[in-house]
Design a protein around this ligand. Structure first.
Ligand SMILES: [Zn+2]
Length: 298
């Protein structure tokens, strides 16, 4: 083979190889590009899917939060309604208890009596109970008060005894008949004008009620003059209200003469108020007094 031919063949081989190389390189590059492009598309799609998924999830989360908030609000509302209902029931049952107490409490127990307004002569209190003879001045006589008053009176007398104060009950309940007889005695003793101005009239209804007590002490006895100078009277002025008793006719009252021995049970809360305000039952309006009726027995 001559030199020129060999040179030509070598050139051909060289260019053939070169062409093949270029084709191969281009094919590989194209394929790679295709692969890359494909991957990119796939990634883009996945990314979009993911973003959509995230949006969807956050929507659902938002919706569930809204629902949660709504349910919480609903629960709170129901709880509040329950509480209000409970309060209403409690309020109602308290009213019922008050009405029940009022239905079972004699309205006369806190009534103001005067020389023009007496208890009906046929009125006899229910449940009169004897006062223990230890505390009665005239042990031959049985003195009584109504059962609602008795424990308070006994407490008062026991406390007085423990304070070395010798309080005795001179009289408790008096019937209309007994009172009339007593008034006649006073009239005989003191004359009608004088008798009308004290004991026979003013304490009359209160004693017929079974809630009033005339106290004395052995050093004074009966008929009670000078009782206001005794330690027993002083003790009553500072302690009786704690047991529900109030002095009906203090010194300087506009209704009657001073009766330091005559104390009426009016219930503890009313007695405390009267004591604090330095008043008697007769200084208050009857409607004001009636608000204490439900608590009379407390
Ligand atoms: Zn009296």
């Amino acid at each position: 083979m001559n030199v020129a031919l060999r040179h030509g063949v070598m050139n051909w081989v060289f260019y053939s190889l070169l062409a093949t190389g270029i084709v191969a390189a281009l094919s590989y590059g194209g394929y790679s590009y295709y692969l890359l492009k494909n991957s990119h598309d796939i990634l883009e799609t996945s990314n979009a899917d993911l973003q959509y998924g995230i949006l969807e999830l956050s929507d659902k989360l938002k919706a569930s939060e809204d629902l949660n908030g709504y349910l919480t609000k609903l629960i709170l509302e129901v709880q509040q309604e329950n509480e209000e209902f409970g309060e209403q029931v409690e309020g109602l049952s308290s009213t019922v208890r008050t009405l029940d107490k009022l239905a079972h409490t004699d309205k006369e127990l806190l009534e103001k009596y005067s020389s023009v307004y007496f208890l009906n002569e046929n009125y006899v209190p229910k449940n009169l109970r004897p006062i223990n003879a230890t505390y009665v001045y005239n042990t031959k006589e049985q003195e009584q008060v109504i059962d609602a008053v008795l424990p308070h009176l006994v407490d008062l007398l026991q406390e007085a005894a423990s304070d070395r104060v010798s309080l005795r009950v001179l009289s408790g309940y008096r019937s209309y008949g007994e009172q009339s007889a007593l008034k006649s005695t006073y009239k005989v003793t003191y004359g009608a004008g004088s008798a009308n101005s004290f004991s026979a009239d003013q304490g009359y209804s209160e004693h017929q009620l079974g809630t009033a007590v005339d106290f004395t002490t052995p050093s004074v006895g009966a008929p009670l003059s000078g009782f206001d100078k005794t330690p027993e009277y002083i003790w009553l002025t500072t302690h009786a209200h704690l047991y529900g008793f109030s002095l009906s006719y203090p010194k300087g009252n506009t209704h009657f003469v001073f009766e330091p021995w005559h104390w009426r049970f009016v219930g503890i809360s009313l007695a405390k108020r009267l004591h604090n305000e330095n008043k008697t039952l007769y200084d208050l309006d009857q409607r004001d007094i009636d608000t204490y009726l439900a608590g009379f027995l407390d």
